[in-house]
Design a protein around this ligand. Structure first.
Ligand code: CUA
Length: 160
């Protein structure tokens, strides 16, 4: 069958673009450790505010690092300010009682959706002390742009 020259050109170009996109995904997944959180834990969103897992929000020390429990709701993260220690694993546990939110720590690999009915969990180690911006990156309503927080990573054994 006859295929026009320009038709062929665009077909090949589309094919090359698809291969490039696939290569970009495979490269970032394999070389930059980018992957969706795989933790699956359910929670009743109507009672999540009084659920024992989310009654005491904030940072607690655990045997192998630190745990941070966060409630993401319209239009704030509770707590708004989180202090952790550099160089030790930090396990974030999040849920939402209302709509889908995002929890992205700018400048790090920490980024997850927070979905009502589920507990989002992931572990990350911050090696660089400093102040990080936390943003909601899922459009959640009129106050979406006001939904942000601060993560303070302190140097181990003293003042950050
Ligand atoms: Cu919460 Cu956008």
């Amino acid at each position: 069958m006859h295929v026009d020259l320009y038709e062929k050109f665009w077909m090949w170009l589309s094919g090359v673009l698809l291969a490039l996109f696939a290569a970009a995904i495979i490269y970032t997944a394999a070389a930059q450790a980018i992957q969706p959180p795989s933790h699956v834990e359910t929670i009743d969103p109507t009672t999540s505010r009084t659920d024992p897992r989310f009654v005491s929000l904030g940072v607690t020390e655990t045997a192998d690092g630190q745990q941070v429990v966060v409630m993401a709701q319209m239009f704030a993260f509770t707590p708004t300010e989180i202090r952790v220690t550099a160089g030790r694993p930090v396990t974030f546990r999040l849920t939402s009682p209302d709509v889908i939110h995002g929890f992205q720590i700018v400048g790090s690999n920490a980024n997850t959706m927070v979905i009502p009915g589920y507990v989002s969990q992931y572990t990350i180690t911050f090696n660089r002390p400093g102040e990080y911006l936390i943003v909601c990156n899922e459009y959640c309503g009129l106050g979406h742009h006001l939904m942000y927080g601060t993560l303070i990573v302190e140097a181990p054994g003293g003042e950050g």
